[in-house]
Structure formats: C-alpha cells, structure tokens
Design a protein around this ligand. Structure first.
Ligand code: MTE
Ligand code: HPA
Ligand code: MOS
Length: 767
C-alpha cells in the first residue's frame, strides 16, 4: 500500500533552497558573471549633476575621440521612442532639453574597455540653466505638481462620526525613504541576434517590462526582444520597474552597433541614479468613543514620488488599501497625493506603500493612547479586524487571523509578564530605559491592479523522464524556484533530482507580471500546477490503455506507478519512454488567473485581494539614555503562514523582512540636500542593519492553519508582510524615550536614529 503520510505534501515542506550550494560556493551566476563575447562594448552613463534645469550646451566631441570609445549615444540616437515610463509615459531614457533629477541619464558611452569609457566621461562638457528644485512633497503639492490624479477612499461618514467621538486627536507623521541595496547592482548584458532582434540578460523582477520597454525604445516588436533572467542578487522592488532603463541602454547599443554590450552600475552610480522607497508626509485625525473604539479616521498622504511616475501611482493605491492596517474602523476618509519632486523617481520597495500607510494609523493610535494615559495595545487589541468587518475599499473580512495571532502572541510570549518586568526595570534604572510595543499586521495578497494577477508555466518532460520547468517567476533570493520545484515534484510524482528549474525567459513564458506583490509563488505555482495536471491526465489515460481498464485509478508517487492504490510494474521512466513512442504530448503550458478578485476605481470599491496575511509582533528594546543609542532586545512574532510549503524559506523571509523593516524604521537614513543631491550616497554614509544591530533574540512561530484560501497548496504569501513588523521597533524605542522623559516632544518621524533619540531624551518643554 502507498504510504500516503510519507508522500504527502508535508514530506516536501523542509526542502533546502536549491540555490544554497551554489550561493555559498560562489557558483551562482549573476549578470556580470556571464562571460563577455568577442567585441563586447562596456557602457558608462553620463548623468545630470543638477536636480532641475535646462541643458544649455552639451559637447562630447572630445570624449568621442578617446581611444577605444566607439560611439556616444544621446537621445537623438534612439531608434524608437525615448520613453521608459511604465504606468505613465513621463520618463525619457535619456534627457533631451531638461533634467529633472540629479543622476538622470543624459548620454551613454560605448567603449571597448571600461577604462576608455571612464576616461571619456571626464571629457564631456555640459552647462545648465538651473530651475527651482523641490524635494519636499508638501511643497510640490502646494505648487500643483502631482504625478497622477489624487485618490480618495471613503467608508461610512467620518465627518459625521467625529461629532460622536469622545476623544479626537490630530497630528502629522513623516516616513523617510529606503535604499534597496540589493547585493547585485542594476545591470544588463545584450547581444544582437538575427532578424533585427536582440537578446538581453537582465537583472530584473519584470522580464516582460524589460522586453516591452526595449521594444519601444528600439522601435521593434516585442517578438524581436528576448529577455532572460537566471536569478537576481536581490531586488526588493527596486528592479520591478527600474531595471528597464539599463537594459534598454544595453539593448540600444547592441542593436545599433551590432555588437554585444554590457551595462552594469557601480554601487555609487546605482545609489545616485535609482529611486528608493517613497518617503511620505501625512496628516491624521483619529476619533474614539469612551470605550476606546475607533469610530473615525481621516488621513491625507503626501507621497514623494520623485521626478517621474514610475510605480508611484500603484504604490499610492496600496497605501490607501493598508491605511487602517489590522483594524476595523467604520468611518474612514483617506486621501492620497502623488507629488512630483526633483529626486530620482521613487519606486517599489517591499510592502509597496503598505508600510507607509500602516505607520500613520499606528502613530495615530499611539498618540491617542499617550494622551489618554493608556497602553496603545489597549486600543489596538480592541479594534482588531474580525470576520465580517469591512475594509475601506469594500472587501469583507474573511478567514481573519488578526485576533488569533494577537491572542497566540499575547499568551505564548506572556505579554503581561513582559510589561511588569519592563516597568520594574524602568523603576530601577535611571539611565537605561526599556520600551515595549506590539505591532499587528494585515497585508492584502494580489496585485492591486486586477489585470496583473495571472501567470503561465511551461513544462517539458523529456524522453528520458527528466523534467524542465519554466515559469514567469524570477528567483531573487526569496526561494520561489525551490517552491516551484516542490509543486512540480509533488504534482507529477517525480523526484526533485530529476526536475530542473529553467531561467525565466520571455520566449518560453510570455506576458508575465513582475515578480512582486508577494504573489509570485501563488500565481506561477498555480499555473505550474495546471501544466503538471495536464501532463498527468495524458499519462494516466495512457496507462489505462496499457492496463486495458479505463476505470483504473492511477497515481504516480516518487516515480512509481500505483494502479488502484497498488504498486504496479510501471515506473515513471518507462511510462514516459512508452508514451513518447506512442507520440503522446509530453509538454504542457499552464495558465492561472486569480478568481474572485475585482475592483472598480471609479467608486474605489471591490474585492481586490485574494486573501490577507496577518501576524502580531512584540518588540522589546533598551535605550541608553546617556548616549541615545539603543538595542533591540527581542522581537517575538506569531505569523500567519497558512500551511507553509517550505518552513525554512518562509522563516527566512520573515527574518529578512523584519530586519529590513527595522532598518527602514530605525537607522537607514536617506539624505538629500536642498539641491537634490544625495548625501547618503555610499555604504559609509548609509547604514543598514548588521549583525550587531539585529534583535538579540528573534522568535518567530507560525500560526499554522489550513484555510480555504487561494494560496498555493494553502501556503500563504510571505515575501512582504513581515517587513511591516519592523514598525513595532520604532514604537518600542519611542516608548523607552518617553519612559525617560515623559514630556519629550519627539515627533512621529522615522527613522528614529540615535541622534533623534538623544534629542528626544533631553528635550525640555517650553513652559
Ligand atoms: N527576499 C529576498 N531574499 N530578496 C528579495 O529581493 N524581495 C521581496 C520579497 N523577499 C526579496 C525577498 C519583495 S519586495 C517581494 S514583492 C517578494 O519577495 C517577491 O517574491 P514572492 O512573490 O515570491 O514572495
Ligand atoms: N504590488 C507590487 N507591485 C505591483 C503592484 C502591487 O500591488 N501593482 C503593480 N506592481
Ligand atoms: Mo515587491 S515591492 O512587490 O517587488
């Protein structure tokens, strides 16, 4: 008999990331590792040295004479359209008469060596007529500079509800940007191919976006552009849209010069030229009744979009979708403006606007709690979402885990005891203060743009029984290829060692959505499931022709064929060989489009998300009140993983997301001066979390559930949600500051750097 237990999905759920051995032995191949072909050109980009102005003169005649320089490309050398804007066509590949941010590409130098290109760069002469520089989103908004129409979500009637509130609090918040700092910088390598075509290796989350952009810039069909992605050394949203420009430059040079061309940014170029997480400046007003139920919430977001729309309109939308985080609030008016400033176009970053929205409601709750003299967690817990609650966008809460995560965290990590311990500690210590906070999360899974929620997969079973799998998913460290391998192995009943995950290639899987929105394993996994099931169906029919009984129930498990639950003489390999001889199709293309979801932008209502991911985190920190420095003592989390398909990978995503979120909230400080110059332009001036700054203790436990949602094999999406736990560390540090100086004026402004903490600790109120 079949051992169903042993061969069930759980068997698979501890698979080690298939990239791990090659990563740790340095064998994994990134774009810059692809060996250059004969005649390869190296590209260097000449970018703007001012943030806003007219180009009055540009002379690169001397640069063009440098030995080894083959050609210098300006916008005039673009064979198609000088346009790379994804959502809104507002971004040239190369500046024409005006520049809109410092770091904006103006010329591309193509040379035989990198040195020659560098040399030429120094010989370019440019002058500008400067125009006013705006870096602040509120100032931009006041001057009518917006990137896309403002949006408003309305639930109930907040104006009316405020008149019934016992308590009303208002304030402002600021969240700063965040540099992606993927280990592999932006880059692409392109070569001309036959029939007016190009092939491009790109470090992109969006192979189809790169393909579409190149086709536009070159003025050719998408079928003339092949994009191939093996893996990324991290993307974190920074390569969802912003990989396209560099790939278009490499492709343009390859196309025009009929020579291979490589464009790889150095770290400082990458930091200077690319956009980051959108900073937000926001206003809130929160109203509560006498029992601390939140009755009304008004919020206005000013998103700092930078100089072009990029993905900011979509990010803005997700800010609105998550503006009430994990809480049920019956009356909400949420308004969002995408503001145009003279900074590099800001872009997707893990959470995609969600974290920026969630910070504001947490600040509003914290503000109310402080004024009311209660713990924020009293308000938080009381107002958690429940099944049947309505989100401001009309979706009804279903299979809610807000309460279960909170309760599990509260009891498992004994929050009452932690509270007492901290109170005692703070009583006994004058210059060390501890702070505590709880951060619940709720994150919607699906691209907010409904039409993007579809995927395809291509499966080939070769005549020797080995399998090749292609999907639209891009591996960027999050382990999606391992998950795809698990899906194929499980569904076909083939050993993992006989399955190969191919690169993501636009000629094998077309019209892909980017690897983003945490939905990649769900979308591509379900498409892969569909392809595998088609092959299964053909093979099962074929086996029944062999047994002569079309009632037989066929199963293939670990490459053994079971007929009516009994082991048979057939194996995977010999069935494949026989099926091939009988000319049976051993390939299949699978397709999946998320059912249920819909959204009507004209009324801002619908059911945009397949499901939501929940969780609760508890943060403890200690602040050194002489120095302003702090340590995060512990973060303890109950995370709603569903039935995790791969616990090791999902745990890694939770830990990585948490630490990246803590970095954003506490120490990563993107600084531009008033001229729009990036001051935090290197790893010496931009600090990300290291081993010394991560929480001393991280305890993540999964709330393991098996619900009826649309997650792949009931394993909920995990890529982005854990980032938002990081917001809790901000509030824990803030609470410690207030334990030392209860009258501190410390504002709701992130990151809460040691400098801000020190100022907050020693602030004296005016009277
Ligand atoms: N994890 C690693 N190691 N590297 C990354 O670049 N990107 C994050 C997250 N986890 C990222 C990561 C982001 S922004 C997203 S949207 C998801 O992974 C995308 O992958 P998924 O849809 O497979 O979760
Ligand atoms: N999330 C992430 N990336 C996206 C989205 C989204 O909702 N929409 C478009 N790109
Ligand atoms: Mo992730 S910000 O959706 O790439």
């Amino acid at each position: 008999m079949v051992n169903k237990e042993k061969n069930s999905a759980t068997d698979n759920r501890t698979v080690v990331n298939i990239d791990a051995p090659n990563h740790v032995t340095g064998k994994s191949i990134y774009v810059d590792d692809i060996p250059g072909m004969e005649g390869m050109l190296y590209l260097k980009i000449f970018d703007s040295t001012i943030a806003h102005g007219k180009i009055t003169s540009l002379d690169y005649s001397e640069a063009a004479l440098v030995e080894g320089v083959e050609k210098i490309f300006s916008h005039k050398d673009i064979t198609g359209e000088n346009q790379i804007g994804g959502i809104i066509p507002d971004e040239p590949l190369l500046a024409e008469d005006e520049v809109h941010f410092m770091g904006q590409p103006i010329l591309i130098i193509a040379a035989d060596t990198e040195d020659a290109a560098e040399e030429a760069l120094k010989k370019i002469k440019i002058s500008f007529e400067p125009l006013p520089v705006i870096t602040n989103p509120r100032e931009a908004f006041a001057k009518g500079k917006i990137l896309s129409p403002s949006r408003k979500f309305v639930l109930g009637d907040s104006a009316k509800a405020f008149s019934n509130c016992k308590y009303i609090f208002e304030g402002k918040t600021e969240t700063n940007g965040q540099e992606h700092l993927y280990l592999e910088t932006q880059g692409a390598y392109s070569m001309p191919t036959e029939h007016n075509s190009v092939k491009v290796f790109s470090s992109t989350q969006g192979p189809t976006a790169v393909q579409r952009t190149i086709a536009r810039v070159l003025g050719v069909g998408m079928n003339n552009v092949e994009v191939d992605v093996a893996r990324l050394g991290g993307g974190f949203g920074g390569k969802e849209d912003q990989a396209s420009g560099w790939a278009a430059m490499a492709a343009l040079v390859a196309y025009v010069m009929r020579r291979p061309a490589k464009c790889i940014l150095h770290r400082m170029e990458d930091m200077r030229m690319t956009g980051k997480r959108n900073p937000y400046s926001s206003d809130y007003k929160i109203g509560l009744d006498e029992h601390f139920n939140i009755l009304a919430y008004d919020v206005t977001f000013h998103q700092n979009g930078g100089a072009a729309a990029d993905l900011s309109p979509a990010i803005l939308e997700r800010t609105l979708f998550h503006c009430t985080n994990s809480y049920h609030i019956p009356n909400v008016t949420a308004t969002a403006h995408s503001c145009k400033t003279n900074l590099p176009p800001n872009t997707a970053f893990r959470g995609f606007g969600g974290p920026q929205g969630m910070f504001v409601i947490e600040a509003a709750i914290d503000h109310a709690a402080k004024q009311l003299g209660i713990d924020a967690m009293v308000i938080q817990q009381r107002n958690l979402l429940k099944d049947g609650s309505e989100f401001p966008y009309g979706q009804i809460v279903n299979e809610c885990e807000a309460g279960s995560c909170w309760n599990e965290a509260s009891s498992k990590f004994n929050i009452e005891k932690v509270k007492k311990t901290i109170a005692t500690f703070n009583n006994q210590n004058d210059f060390l203060k501890k702070g505590l906070s709880v951060m619940p999360i709720c994150f919607g899974i699906s691209f907010t743009n409904t039409m993007m929620n579809h995927a395809r997969a291509l499966v080939h079973v070769y005549s020797d029984g080995t399998v090749g799998v292609s999907t639209g998913a891009v591996e960027m460290g999050q382990g999606v290829n391992t998950k795809m391998l698990q899906v194929a192995a499980e569904t076909l009943g083939v050993n993992k060692s006989n399955i190969k995950l191919e690169s993501t290639n636009t000629t094998r899987v077309a019209n892909t959505s980017p690897t983003a929105a945490s939905a990649t394993a769900d979308l591509n996994g379900k498409a892969l499931l569909d392809a595998c099931e088609q092959i299964n169906e053909r093979l099962h029919d074929f086996i029944r022709t062999l047994t002569g009984n079309d009632e037989d129930a066929i199963k293939i498990i670990n490459e053994a064929v079971y007929i009516n639950e009994e082991a048979s003489v057939y194996t995977w390999k010999n069935i494949i060989q026989q099926a091939f001889m009988k000319r049976i199709n051993l390939s299949a293309k699978g397709h999946y489009a998320t059912p249920i979801i819909h959204y009507d932008k004209t009324i801002e209502k619908g059911h945009p998300f397949a499901y939501h991911v929940y969780g609760t985190s508890i943060h403890e920190v200690t602040v050194d009140c002489l120095r302003g420095t702090y340590e995060i003592d512990s973060v303890r989390i109950i995370h709603d993983a569903g039935k995790s398909i791969n616990e090791l990978i999902d745990l890694g995503q939770c830990e990585g997301g948490l630490v990246q979120g803590i970095g954003w909230m506490t120490m990563e400080e993107v600084v531009y001066n008033e001229n729009g110059k990036l001051l935090s332009n290197a790893l010496s001036t931009y600090k990300i979390p290291d081993i010394y700054s991560v929480p001393k203790e991280i305890d993540i436990e999964f709330l393991s559930t098996e619900k009826n949602n649309l997650a792949i094999m009931k394993s909920k999406a995990v890529g982005e949600p854990p980032l938002m736990y990081g917001i809790g560390s901000y509030f824990a540090i803030r609470n410690a500051v207030l334990a030392f100086n209860p009258s501190s004026n410390i504002t709701y402004s992130s990151p809460i750097t040691p400098e801000k903490v020190l100022m907050g600790l020693y602030h004296k109120s005016e009277q």
